[in-house]
Write a protein that binds this ligand. Structure first.
Ligand code: BV8
Length: 256
């Protein structure tokens, strides 16, 4: 049973995390909106969050899109426009460094749809909730990468004339089987699971923490504040990921 989350100092938690992460042979990471907060992208919950201005039911479900595609596209086009103005931050870059240290035995599972992990240089990224840069034709299901191009208010497929939708996973939609399957496999196989910047309230993503624990992996969490899974992790690094992750990598290099 992991020790209860007490107010151990950040430094002590960091030292314990280094002792676990450095010898780890297989590492899996789960990130949420919090790792992109220091790049200037709004998170979902908490002050100023995306859900503050909108209800999930109105902009992030298939029924919302069927009911009012224009409202949904306004919500997503605004987020796409923000993507053009942001860059990866030191937290993203620390995960690139961790992947470089571990090579093939590193898998980055992200709930984020902002593409900032790839922009930072991460390679083995599993986007379990899709990607803002991609759109999908509701008619022929063809997916295309539109980057941060400004799309029409209500974009249509050139070939079929059908409506396009954001290629993201909405609530009440299944996650892409193959990507989700690879994410579960990576977490089952890891000996250290790093959970960064997620409130851990969205499933099935949040369930990965219990998958890791069931397989006996050590779970390290990095978050500004305790999340819904903090009592189930071995170590909680309280602080901004843009500080804690680079510090973690710096110490890993120092001692070994
Ligand atoms: C599914 C893509 C089944 C779109 C997202 C009723 C009916 C059906 C399903 C359900 C139901 N009730 C519950 C469910 C399950 C539902 C769910 O979990 N709902 C929640 C709200 C309770 N899940 C689903 O519907 C999933 N699908 O279950 O399908 C099925 C199966 C077969 C066939 C058909 C159906 C689909 C879930 C995916 C939804 N799509 N995103 C988009 O982005 O617009 S989820 C959305 O939330 C984002 O992906 C986001 O990443 C994710 C989780 O949020 P977080 O990333 O954690 O962000 P949040 O703001 O919450 O937290 C930020 C954290 O960062 C905080 O902890 C904060 O402290 C921290 N932080 C802030 N700054 C920093 C920081 N940490 C470190 N450093 C900082 N600087």
């Amino acid at each position: 049973m992991p020790p209860p989350i007490d107010a151990e100092s950040f430094t002590e938690a960091l030292d314990r995390a280094v002792r676990i992460l450095r010898p780890a042979k297989k590492v899996a990471v789960l990130t949420g909106a919090g790792i992109s907060a220091e790049s200037g992208l709004a998170t979902f919950r908490g002050g100023g969050g995306l859900w503050e201005g909108q209800r999930i039911e109105d902009v992030a479900t298939p029924r919302a899109f069927a009911r009012d595609p224009l409202l949904v596209w306004r919500f997503y086009n605004l987020r796409r426009a923000n993507l053009a103005t942001v860059n990866p931050n030191p937290g993203h870059r620390a995960l690139v460094e961790l992947e470089n240290r571990l090579g093939a035995d590193f898998t980055l599972v992200t709930q984020n749809v902002d593409g900032l992990h790839q922009a930072a240089g991460s390679h083995n990224v599993l986007e379990i909730h899709g990607a803002l840069r991609r759109v999908r034709c509701v008619g022929c299901q063809r997916v295309s990468d539109r980057g941060v191009e400004v799309l029409p208010e209500l974009p249509h497929c050139e070939e079929r004339g059908s409506l396009l939708r954001p290629d993201v996973v909405w609530f009440e939609e299944a996650l892409p089987d193959d990507i989700w399957g690879r994410a579960v496999e990576a977490v089952q196989a890891c000996d250290c699971f790093l959970v960064v910047g997620t409130s851990a309230v969205v499933y099935p993503a949040a369930g990965l923490i219990d998958v890791a624990r069931m397989e006996g992996a050590d779970v390290i969490e990095a978050n500004l504040e305790p999340s819904a899974v903090s009592t189930r992790v071995n170590i909680l690094l309280l602080g901004p990921a843009g500080t804690s992750l680079p510090e973690l990598l710096k110490r890993m290099k120092e001692e070994g």
